[in-house]
Structures are given as structure tokens and as C-alpha cells.
Design a protein around this ligand. Structure first.
Ligand code: ZN
Length: 405
């Protein structure tokens, strides 16, 4: 019977303890994630959690024979709301080896990040915003920052107030800052066509974050909010539904990244809801999908770097938790991307949004061995991306279903 990687490693350890740090994966189809690359047959050596060697494929005695399976970089989900250990584990088992958490109630994402980092629970590596800086901070935010109790009654307003809140979030350990340039889409009583923070306030957030080397991600649906955020120098536009051509051209010029979160719109527009809010959200979603897909097509034509973010909580029991990078990749393919381009958007491009492309997000000698191994050629059948056979994070096995093959 075929051995799983865990059994194989156990045998390797017994047989040759000195060589246990080396793992060979043989007979693999590799897509390294880099733009313009294609699929090639290789053997891979992993040593001490990193890619140590990539050679042309011949069978290697002692290697784990992948029998032609496809090796890709682990997904980097650039927009999630993971805020508990079970959701972190679900993400990792979906092939997500790194994620950026843009908004976590009660700072639960920050705590989950620390539990994963310290090895108490399995999960992707997490960069976390710890809250959403916007005029209406909301009770969940203020319960974590009671010094801002005055914003329960009055909105956050002006550059100084915004900078003070950004400082507080960073002092609590945020890796990245999320700001509201537009109102939210996921609530019936907010209007995503309305701008929230002003250009001056957004600029104050960018400057304050830059003082400690942090990037700013802007939640932006409306054209004016998106334009203000891009001019203010944010790292990425999240959603971007009504972004206009002028702003897209500016994004191209400034190197602003675009994380359109197309796939989350489908559960938002799910017709199964029966209350008045659900109906309002369905109608709104139908109207938002067309401009958003148009914006993504234009972004691709202009050469803007689009990255994959699911906006998923990876929770169970709610529709927003079900979205996976595979769904977003299918949406990008629907907007004219090739399967490999869409996988690059979910790996290398996302790594660039997070500023970590020198250590992960592609497969090259010296980078972290964050790998997703799937059964079939994703160019022929992208649904294979929903069924990881093997997930490695820093060379460690996070999921092993090879024996099921
Ligand atoms: Zn979100």
C-alpha cells in the first residue's frame, strides 16, 4: 500500500536520522507562481523548512513520489476575517499558508495570530489589522479600546483623531492598518456608494502607519473614496466596485494593488434570505457585480496587479465562511485571466501586497516551503484547487491526503 508522507517521514527518521532534515518530493508538476512561468516536471528538496533544490525530474530513491501531482505555492489570502483557531485551521486545510486579516472583532484575529505563531494551534501565518479605522468605529472596536469611548456618540473626524486611532491599533500589535474609504456593502443600512474618510484623513492614516513600517489597506467601493485612498498612498484597494478609469490609471502609475473580493458577492446575493435586509442585499449585489467585474477586466488590461482575497471568515455556519481562494480564482478566470495568471494572483501577487515576496508566495530556492499539492492540472480543471492533497507550511505537513489518491 502507498505510504502517506507522515509514514514516509517516520521511516526516513528511523532509517537515517542524520538526513531527516532533507525531504525530497519527486515526479511533481511544478508551477512556481511567478508571472509568465509555466508548468515543468521537477524534483524538489526541502531542507529546514525551505526550498533547497529544484532539479529536473527523474525518479529518486527515498523520495516521496508525487506521481505527477501539481505543486503550487501555498495560497496567500490577502483579505480574510479569520478570528478563531478553528477558522485558522480551516484556512490552512484549504491550502492557505499565509493570510492578511482585515478586521477582527474584539482583536480576536490578533490573539489567533499569536496562538498560531507560538505553535499552540495550526493555521496560516497571519498579518492582522486588529480593527477597521472608520468614522463609525462601532461597539466591538470600542470595547477593545475603551479610551475611545467618546466615539460611541460622535464619529471619528479629522486627521489628528484618525492618526491617534491608527497609533493605538499599531500599539496593540497590528501588522497592517485597515481604513474605511467607503461605507460597507454587507449591511442593508449603509451605502457603499458613499465615501467615508476624507482624503486628508486617509493621508493621515497612511503617514502614521508608515512611521512604523505598516501598509494601509482601504475598504473602498465608491469612486470618490477609492480615488482619495489611492491619492493618499494606500497599499491596496479592497473591493473597488465603482472605481473609475481615472483612478485605475493612477493605481497603475503608483503601483497600488487591487483586491476585488469578487466571490464573496455570491453569498451576499444569495436569494435564500427572507427578511427585508436580505432582499435589499440581494438587489444591491446584483447591481454591484457588473461594475466590479468590469473594473477587474479594465485593471487586467491596464496591467494593475490584482491579488486574491476571499473576504471569508473561514467560519462554519455562515455563508461568508465558505468562500475559498478557488472561488476567487474561478471568478478571475471569468474575467479573462488564465488559470495560471489567477493562481499567480492568489500567491505571488498577494505576497507582494503583503510585502513578503522575498520569503514566500512563489517556489524558488531559498524561499519558505509553503506548498499546496493538488491532484490534477489546474489549467484543465481548476476545481482541483478546492481539494488539496498535501499542504506544507514552512516544510511541515499541515494536511496529508495522499493516501486517499
Ligand atoms: Zn472584509
Amino acid at each position: 500500500m502507498r505510504k502517506s508522507l507522515l509514514q514516509w517521514l517516520a521511516i526516513a527518521c528511523l532509517a537515517a536520522p542524520a538526513a531527516a532534515a532533507d525531504q525530497w518530493l519527486s515526479n511533481a508538476h511544478l508551477y512556481d507562481g511567478l508571472p509568465g512561468s509555466t508548468v515543468r516536471k521537477v524534483n524538489l528538496r526541502i531542507t529546514d523548512g525551505r526550498i533547497a533544490e529544484i532539479t529536473s525530474a527523474q525518479s529518486r530513491p527515498g523520495a516521496l513520489d508525487l506521481r505527477g501531482a501539481y505543486v503550487l505555492p501555498g495560497f496567500i489570502d490577502a483579505h480574510t476575517h479569520i478570528e478563531d483557531p478553528a477558522s485558522a485551521r480551516r484556512a490552512l486545510h484549504s491550502g492557505v499558508t499565509t493570510t492578511r486579516v482585515l478586521g477582527d472583532a474584539f482583536l480576536k484575529g490578533l490573539a489567533t495570530r499569536d496562538l498560531v505563531r507560538d505553535g499552540y494551534v495550526p493555521g496560516p501565518q497571519m498579518l492582522v489589522s486588529g480593527g477597521h479605522v472608520r468614522p463609525q468605529l462601532g461597539e466591538a472596536f470600542i470595547l477593545s479600546f475603551p479610551q475611545f469611548g467618546r466615539y460611541l456618540a460622535a464619529p471619528l473626524q479629522g486627521s489628528e483623531q484618525v492618526a491617534e486611532v491608527v497609533r493605538a491599533v499599531i500599539a496593540r500589535g497590528a501588522d497592517v492598518v485597515k481604513v474605511g474609504a467607503s461605507e460597507r456593502a454587507g449591511l442593508a443600512r449603509t451605502d457603499p456608494r458613499r465615501q467615508e474618510l476624507s482624503y486628508e484623513e486617509l493621508r493621515a492614516a497612511v503617514l502614521e502607519a508608515a512611521r512604523s513600517g505598516r501598509f494601509v489597506a482601504a475598504h473602498a467601493h465608491d469612486r470618490y473614496g477609492a480615488n482619495a485612498a489611492v491619492r493618499a498612498g494606500v497599499r491596496s484597494i479592497e473591493h473597488g466596485t465603482y472605481v473609475d478609469e481615472e483612478t485605475l490609471i493612477l493605481m497603475r502609475k503608483q503601483g497600488t494593488f487591487f483586491v476585488p473580493t469578487l466571490a464573496i458577492m455570491s453569498p451576499l446575493g444569495d436569494p435564500r434570505g427572507d427578511d427585508a435586509d436580505a432582499v435589499a442585499l440581494q438587489l444591491r449585489t446584483l447591481h454591484m457585480m457588473r461594475p466590479l467585474r468590469d473594473a477587474v477586466r479594465k485593471a487586467r488590461a491596464l496591467g494593475i496587479t490584482v491579488a486574491v482575497g476571499t473576504d471569508s471568515s473561514y467560519g462554519d455556519g455562515d455563508d461568508y465562511g465558505r468562500v475559498r481562494p478557488g472561488h476567487e480564482i474561478m471568478e478571475l478566470i471569468g474575467c479573462g485571466y488564465s488559470a495560471l495568471e489567477a493562481i499567480t494572483a492568489a500567491t505571488y501577487n498577494s505576497a507582494r501586497v503583503l510585502g513578503i515576496e522575498s520569503r514566500t508566495g512563489s517556489i524558488a530556492v531559498g524561499l519558505e516551503a509553503d506548498l499546496l499539492i493538488v491532484d490534477r492540472d489546474p489549467r484543465v480543471d481548476p476545481t482541483t484547487l478546492f481539494e488539496p492533497l498535501l499542504v506544507l507550511s514552512d516544510g511541515r505537513i499541515a494536511l496529508d491526503r495522499l493516501a486517499l489518491r
